[in-house]
Design a protein around this ligand. Structure first.
Ligand SMILES: Cc1cc2nc3c(=O)[nH]c(=O)nc-3n(C[C@H](O)[C@H](O)[C@H](O)COP(=O)(O)OP(=O)(O)OC[C@H]3O[C@@H](n4cnc5c(N)ncnc54)[C@H](O)[C@@H]3O)c2cc1C
Length: 558
């Protein structure tokens, strides 16, 4: 039995963008890149779960996109003459979510994935039509829950949250069955022979059942990386798909380089966890980190960059060229040049429910934007370094009171003298030494903060809505096995920051000095937060990722 899915509420204009009808002139331009052929009624053009390698444009007849749901067939969407199949999986070559089938005898233009990529790079008008339709179709699939994954779990469970975040940040639609809320859960558990003790459970394409899987296991089951050849020598391998790595991928691939990005979780990096980035050029209303990352990811794939998801870089084999990047699944990816964009992780407070308040009362930066948010309020600044000191002095200009919480006995060993004097002199700053945060409470937004004086053991709870944690960032360089020079905190030194001693110790082999963002190893670059002295901002990470490409070209021609 086949039923028609109710379309999501849409304006006509939006539906025209999602399901456009091409003109005769546009069809003629596509036909040059594809092959016209007849189809029979009922002919399966792409099976659900198959890698998506072809797009179909309907010349005559009708094509249906069909999926199985609870034992029934549902037509997700129908395409008539002038319309085309496909969504963002066309760019990545990932597995399709549904079956594509000729609903009537007719004629189609079949276009292979590589030909499609060539077409949209060369034809500005078709580029806009295809890219907009692909992106909007994926958004619609996510909104309508049309996917091939069911997550059984509890919203109170960290593992469930991790899996939901992984799928969401990778733009993969899924249905969530919450064991604490959904009726009929026992029946679902029984159907897949799992018990409540197994959760979180991920069911892929109705047949693969994963019990508390790692991100890598989910990516493997869904074939996220199946279309990627890891063996041939790439012009450029980028490690990390945060803003810096994605920018390098977009610029590198758009300038004709063969680019592979290796990312341990999902595109977006730290920026992907920001609910609204307000200081990035061109977005006066702000943009969520997830949206910015999703756009950049699609843009990189459009230009032909490939992004390997849920794979950690575990080692750089740097003793000879081409270099090789070793990944967590034991693969070696050879590379003529490498950009390290593994960012940094802000040290987080060891509080169980911290994540709930990140961006909703807990901040990792104190800019004028955050200062405005807490103007006239009491705030807490945690940390004893210069960044904490600067934040406290800055916030004290607008906040009613700044509580500085320091785990040690004081600031003398860790903060510059001038900052200590300003803090001591400022009437709105109260220094609490030997004090640690022990609880965060609130409904949606942070409302109360508890802290303990470790000398007396006394705990106090205060009605405070803003906590700034300034306890430093840990660079993502542990995997680098001493291939490149690092500063004292483990960040990568580049260009003019490399002293003659650094270069001598690294046995720099070339007569020229390192390029601006080049490390102590020729042809290996570092950009964004992982780089010593970088600004730790989205815009600067994007800028560094982009300008590194100019030097990559020079190195490849050396
Ligand atoms: C909550 C929050 C809010 C923020 N808000 C703003 C803001 O409003 N404006 C602003 O300008 N900045 C903001 N920032 C800072 C900004 O996000 C960072 O400066 C920026 O993301 C740095 O980009 P990056 O690409 O250098 O590194 P990251 O964003 O850290 O990305 C690094 C990527 O590398 C991956 N990776 C790490 N190690 C490996 C490995 N071994 N193998 C494979 N992959 C690896 C990580 O998974 C990650 O995806 C915010 C940061 C946070 C945490």
């Amino acid at each position: 039995m086949t039923t028609q899915l109710a379309p999501a509420p849409d304006t006509t204009a939006r539906r025209d963008h999602i399901y456009p009808t091409l003109t005769a002139a546009q069809l003629a331009r596509i036909a040059v890149h594809g092959r016209r052929r007849q189809v029979e009624e009922g002919e399966v053009l792409v099976e659900a779960g198959e890698p998506v390698a072809r797009l179909f444009v309907v010349v005559a007849g009708r094509i249906d996109v069909v999926r199985q749901s609870a034992g029934k067939e549902e037509v997700v969407v129908s395409f008539g003459p002038g319309m085309f199949t496909g969504e963002v999986t066309m760019l990545s070559g990932r597995h399709g979510l549904a079956q594509i089938r000729a609903a009537a005898a007719g004629e189609v233009i079949e276009v292979g994935r590589d030909d499609l990529l060539a077409l949209i790079q060369a034809d500005g008008e078709l580029n806009e039509i295809f890219m907009r339709a692909f992106i909007l179709r994926r958004v619609e699939l996510i909104n309508r829950g049309v996917g091939d994954v069911v997550v059984l779990g509890s919203s109170h469970c960290q593992g469930t949250l991790r899996i939901r975040e992984f799928l969401t940040r990778n733009g993969h639609p899924f249905t969530m069955v919450d064991l604490d809320r959904d009726a009929g859960v026992e029946e679902v558990l029984g159907r897949f022979h799992v018990s409540a003790a197994d959760v979180p459970v991920v069911i892929c394409r109705c047949d693969v059942v994963l019990r508390n899987p790692t991100n890598q296991q989910i990516a493997d089951a869904l074939g996220f990386n199946d279309a990627i050849d890891q063996t041939h020598v790439r012009d450029l391998v980028i490690v990390g798909a945060g803003p810096a790595g994605l920018a390098a991928a977009v610029y590198g691939a758009s300038e004709g380089l063969d680019v592979l990005v290796v990312e341990s979780t999902a595109p977006g990096g730290q920026a992907g966890s920001s609910s609204r980035i307000e200081n990035y050029l061109g977005f006066p209303m702000g943009i969520s980190g997830q949206e910015l990352a999703g756009r950049a990811y699609t843009q990189a794939e459009k230009f032909g960059a490939q992004v390997m998801i849920a794979k950690d870089a575990t080692r750089l084999a740097c003793d000879r060229r081409p270099y090789a990047l070793e990944t967590s699944d034991g693969q070696r990816v050879p590379a003529r040049s490498v950009i390290i964009a593994t960012g940094a992780e802000y040290r987080r407070l060891p509080i169980d429910n911290l994540q709930r308040f990140e961006g909703a009362g807990v901040y990792y930066a104190a800019t004028s934007m955050e200062a405005q948010l807490c103007a006239g309020d009491e705030v807490v600044v945690v940390g004893a370094g210069n960044s904490a000191g600067q934040a406290a002095v800055f916030l004290a200009q607008t906040a009613r009171k700044v509580h500085m919480l320091v785990r040690s006995g004081g600031l003398a060993d860790t903060m510059s003298r001038y900052l200590i004097l300003r803090i001591e002199d400022h009437p709105a700053i109260a220094l609490h030494a030997q004090t640690e945060i022990v609880s965060l409470e609130g409904n949606g937004h942070l409302e109360r903060v508890g802290w303990r004086d470790s000398e007396t053991g006394g705990v106090e709870t205060h009605a405070i809505r803003h906590v700034f944690t300034m306890t430093g960032a840990v660079p993502g360089t542990r995997w680098l096995n001493a291939c490149v020079s690092l500063d004292a905190k483990g960040f990568i030194k580049t260009g003019p920051d490399l002293s003659p001693d650094d270069l001598a110790a690294a046995r720099w082999p070339l007569p020229r000095p390192p390029h601006l963002l080049e490390t102590s190893l020729p042809g290996v670059f570092a950009v964004g937060d992982v780089r010593a002295g970088s600004l730790k901002r989205v815009a600067s990470a994007v800028g560094e990722g982009s300008i590194a490409i100019a030097a990559v070209h020079q190195v490849l021609h050396e």
